[in-house]
Design a protein around this ligand. Structure first.
Ligand code: AMP
Length: 463
């Protein structure tokens, strides 16, 4: 065994070997802090961002614990699944299974994936095979409990990953129900970007036992490897031109463009494919909640393999996306909360890589942008694209918060529609649609929007 920094941890030799195979040389800060405490058997409550290496921070001690029972002991006294990891989205679950398989590659440990959208019967067969570790989304897992198709009484380690997101999605009840079906006492790890969610206290009290609290980011720390910029914009057709110009002029390997609505994702993907040229070909794909699991998986693997270099996505679909080499994030629409913003830009700058995040901000995005700046305590760098400067220069009057003054609902709507008309006129009426998509169904549910407005800030409500 060569001297990797990981050898400082008392991890099973088969895990040390797998760590070397994966090529991790040095533990990330969250791994440095969480692994030794987890190895003592204590429960953990950790605030850590996606991209920080948090997955290995819980998988390594979890696997170490499972490996303490030898195959012979297991044969003599067989148990069913011994560890369960709950995550908010299917994509994240798939991602974690991959990570798990890598770290388990030198041992006998097996992983099962239980997510919505896959065959229920097939998943019942997975449970019958008793993989040591199950990675699941709470909704489908709760369904299996209702059908008595799984036995969680041998679960020694329960992990809640991206717990704040699970609470946002209204999954607290399912999570608590699943936890109540697991063995007691057991070891529980809760990982979350923020520890301030309103529903946290109840979940924490019901699931964790005297946890060690590790705060790596207080929920707002910014990744220094990600440069964050804002480009002012007019109506959508101006944003479209900015997007095309960025793809032409901004060097990048893989880009992820976020929109708030599926309809916008579809439109932009078509537009950029149409505008792709032989000199600068762009291979665009999309990712949103209307796509089947197979379609989404196919898109992600094409991005990973390089046959796609741009993905247009909504928040829900891109959650947990971990693809090496994403170096450009564009917020075509400003996200609705500081936490969503952090998650979006966290798709780049992963594991020490450099990344650039650019937000296109027009009159509708301004207040969200200033709320995000206040929430994250940062000022986003202003940038202009030569020849495509926006007529919109920001609100005429600003409140002390940085938001547009005169934000009473009625007044705001009036001035917003006025400036859209003006912007559309200025852009020669190329995009009469502007933001007429407003009435179309957003991918996020109203429950999401409600909970989002309760966390971080409530810019959307005030808009
Ligand atoms: P995560 O925050 O768990 O999603 O991890 C983000 C990325 O960092 C993943 O691609 C991991 O494979 C990678 N990673 C995790 N731990 C390390 C490490 N110690 N050294 C290098 N890369 C790592």
């Amino acid at each position: 065994m060569s001297d990797s920094f990981f050898s400082g941890f008392e991890l099973d030799a088969r895990l040390q070997q797998a760590i070397q195979k994966v090529g991790f040389e040095e533990p990330t800060p969250v791994q440095q802090q969480a692994i030794p405490v987890a190895l003592t058997g204590r429960d953990l409550l950790v605030s850590a961002e996606t991209g920080s290496g948090k997955t290995a921070a819980f998988l390594l001690p979890l696997m170490h614990k499972l490996l303490q029972k030898t195959v012979e002991q297991e044969r003599a006294e067989p148990s069913s699944t011994r560890a369960l990891v709950l995550v908010p989205t299917r994509e994240l679950a798939i991602q974690i299974v991959k990570h798990c398989d890598q770290l388990a590659s030198c041992s006998h440990l097996k992983t099962g994936l239980i997510i919505g959208g896959n065959s229920f019967k097939y998943q019942q067969a997975i449970f019958r095979k008793n993989p040591e570790i199950i990675i699941a989304t709470p909704g489908r897992m709760a369904e299996h409990i209702s059908h008595a198709s799984c036995d969680l009484t041998d679960i020694e380690v329960l992990v809640l990953d991206e717990a704040d997101r699970m609470l946002d999605l209204g999954l607290a009840e399912d999570v608590i129900r699943i936890a109540n079906n697991c063995k007691k006492p057991r070891q529980t790890f809760l990982f979350s970007a923020t520890l301030t969610h309103k529903a946290f206290a109840a979940v924490q009290q019901k699931i964790l036992e005297n946890p060690e609290v590790i705060k790596l980011n207080a929920g707002r720390q910014q990744n220094e490897n990600i440069k964050q910029q804002v480009i002012l914009a007019d109506a959508d057709d101006h944003k479209d031109n900015l997007l095309s110009a960025l793809f032409e002029r901004q060097p990048f390997t893989k880009a992820l463009v976020f929109c708030n609505k599926k309809v916008q994702v579809n439109r932009l993907c078509g537009l950029i494919r149409y505008r792709s040229t032989a000199e600068k070909p762009q291979r665009a794909g999309l990712l949103h909640g209307d796509m089947s699991q197979d379609e989404r998986r196919d898109t992600v693997s094409k991005l990973r393999g390089g046959s796609l270099n741009i993905i247009f996505a909504t928040d829900l679909a891109a959650r947990g996306l971990d693809v090496k080499g994403i170096d450009l994030i564009i917020n075509y629409d400003m996200p609705r909360s500081g936490t969503d913003y952090t998650h979006r830009i966290g798709r780049t700058g992963r594991a020490g890589e450099e990344g650039l995040a650019i937000s296109l901000v027009n009159t509708y995005d301004w207040s969200l942008m200033s709320s995000i700046e206040r929430f994250l305590k940062i000022r986003l760098e202003r940038r202009k694209i030569a020849g495509l400067e926006a007529r919109y220069k920001g609100p005429k009057k600003l409140k002390s918060s940085g938001k547009a003054a005169g934000s009473k609902k009625k007044k705001n709507n009036k001035s917003a529609s006025k400036s859209t008309m003006k912007a559309n006129k200025n852009n020669l009426g190329k995009s009469a649609s502007g933001r007429a998509v407003k009435s179309e169904q957003s991918e996020t549910t109203s429950r999401d929007a409600d909970s989002r407005s309760k966390q971080g800030f409530s810019a959307l409500k005030k808009k």
